[in-house]
Ligand binder design. Sequence first.
Ligand SMILES: Nc1ncnc2c1ncn2[C@@H]1O[C@H](COP(=O)(O)OP(=O)(O)OP(=O)(O)O)[C@@H](O)[C@H]1O
Ligand SMILES: [Mg+2]
Length: 233
Amino acid sequence: MLEIKNLETGYGKKQVLFDVSMNISEGEIVGIIGPNGAGKSTILKAVSGILTIWNGDILFKGNSIKKNSIAENIKSGLTFAPQGNRVFDELTVKDNLDLGGYLLSKNELKDRIEQAFETFPILKKRSKQIAGKLSGGEQQMLALARALIPNPKLLLLDEPSLGLAPNLLNDVFEKFVDINKTFGVSMLIVEQKVNKIIKISDKIYSIKLGKVAFEGKPKELIGYKEKLKDLFL
Ligand SMILES: Nc1ncnc2c1ncn2[C@@H]1O[C@H](COP(=O)(O)OP(=O)(O)OP(=O)(O)O)[C@@H](O)[C@H]1O
Ligand SMILES: [Mg+2]
């Protein structure tokens, strides 16, 4: 589904990623972990089309997307929910969802929003409410629902648990599994909540200083406190 091949990129003259290769198969949930500043968000920005790629290639469904714009990627089934950028505070829940479907026809958008309300009943109840007045967990659901509006085949999520109360974490991670199973959406998720992400992932990559430091099955990490600590140093 997604093949990242020897990816190198950065900001201005500063190189951040060095020879990063990853594979996400159809239907998989893949987790990316690693310390702050390692380059995790940079990987998602490069894949989504926000950031220019210096070297290497990115294949989505077998085709190179390294020159694609963000809109071209959304049209081909790849959407991105960036770190910290949750919802448009001043807009209603419904307007937030509409924005997720700016590339869809009116009818498609209507169908997709109905589907979102089925998946997230709480958003239906609050559809006319200003998004800034939702709780943190509800905003998170809205951001997730908005990213799903274009009906993606692959969803990129950057730290979806950021700022969520511990009692909401399980709900959010269960929702990912639910969406993955129900709609067959593959997911590439950057996440600091290591214990949560290794429970729902088919594969884990750890990024350290812009390189892949570990690639493997979550079971290779569960219970290995020392190994995990090493990946975060
Ligand atoms: N817009 C930018 N301009 C210049 N440098 C940047 C920019 N964004 C990130 N960087 C730098 O690139 C490196 C990797 O940043 P990135 O955001 O990918 O890290 P991260 O692994 O997502 O970290 P965190 O866990 O804190 O979100 C850091 O050194 C950071 O300072
Ligand atoms: Mg980040």
